[in-house]
Write a protein that binds this ligand. Structure first.
Ligand code: PAF
Length: 282
């Protein structure tokens, strides 16, 4: 496994893989890898000849006062995990290489980024779509893998790839959860043991929503009310949003039908956590 830090070195390797006719699978990450990331790597390993993992904490997707400085970085441990999974290459560039002085180009998906996380994190998705476009151009993947835990990100990236005629397939893999249901996230490491308990409100409230839908409830406001009741019981949890939305365009649904995305963001102490489920409304 190669650990590549510079763009010229990366381009040389990508050119060689392309020349040999091999397919490239890319797992874009910000590092501090967990089983969620590794499930994407495993999918890539089973489908592609050459698997690359990018590890880059992208400064332009963090807002002022967010956790860019504190985001966990541990390339040695990440490299060990990648090696065990048979990854061929880790690309871990510097900020200077990704955004040299005078950098001035951004990619923006407009409508899909306005609601949900986009409301509380202005500029976040513009940062994500910009860095992912750069990573696609640099690594030339045939397939790129993302997690369903970041449901809005997944939809935004799919829209970007379709609108810009990008020549690759995006695969969205299921959320991986801890035994008690907490969605895996690099940010879970910020949680104290008490906060870790509180963090279960995300999963519990999603379960309650699903239960209500399966029991015949079709009213968005009623379901949101029941979810809020669970979250408001926890003094350490501060709700940012709950959204029940169309799974394709993220428009809010009051009358539930077909298939719905139920997504929420909750701050537990200082840690912002997100989670979601998709429920079939029969
Ligand atoms: O989901 C993430 O880890 C990041 O948003 C991504 C896609 C790697 C872009 O920095």
């Amino acid at each position: 496994m190669k650990i590549v830090r510079t763009i010229p070195e990366l381009k040389k390797i990508v050119r060689e893989v392309r020349k040999s006719g091999g397919t490239i699978g890319l797992v874009p990450t910000m590092g501090h890898l967990h089983q969620g990331h590794l499930s994407l790597v495993k999918a890539g390993r089973s489908e592609c000849d050459f698997v690359a993992v990018s590890i880059y904490v992208n400064p332009i997707q963090f807002g002022a006062g967010e956790d860019f400085e504190h985001y966990p970085r541990d390339l040695t441990t990440d490299a060990g995990l990648c090696r065990e999974e048979g990854v061929d290459l880790i690309f871990s560039p510097s900020d200077r290489d990704m955004y040299p002085q005078g950098y001035d180009t951004y990619v923006l998906v407009e409508k899909l980024t306005r609601g949900l996380c986009g409301r509380g994190r202005p500029g976040h998705f513009r940062g994500v779509t910009t860095v992912v476009t750069k990573l696609f151009n640099l690594l030339e993947p045939d397939t790129a893998y993302f997690g369903q835990k970041d449901a809005q990100q997944a939809l935004v990236l799919k829209k970007m790839a379709a609108d810009l005629n990008m020549n690759l397939t995006l695969k969205i893999m299921p959320t991986v959860r801890e035994a008690d249901g907490l969605a895996m996230s690099s940010r879970n490491t910020y949680l104290s043991s008490e906060e870790r308990e509180t963090a279960l409100v995300l999963y519990k409230s999603l379960n309650r929503a699903e239960e209500l839908i399966l029991g015949g409830c079709r009213k968005g406001s009623k379901i949101i009310g029941a979810m809020e009741a669970i979250i408001f019981r926890e003094p350490m949890a501060k709700l940012e949003y709950i959204e029940i939305a169309d799974t394709t365009n993220l428009e809010t649904l009051e009358e539930l039908k077909d298939e719905v995305l139920i997504a929420l963001a909750v701050k537990v102490g200082k840690t912002r956590l997100i989670d979601n489920i998709i429920v079939e409304v029969l």
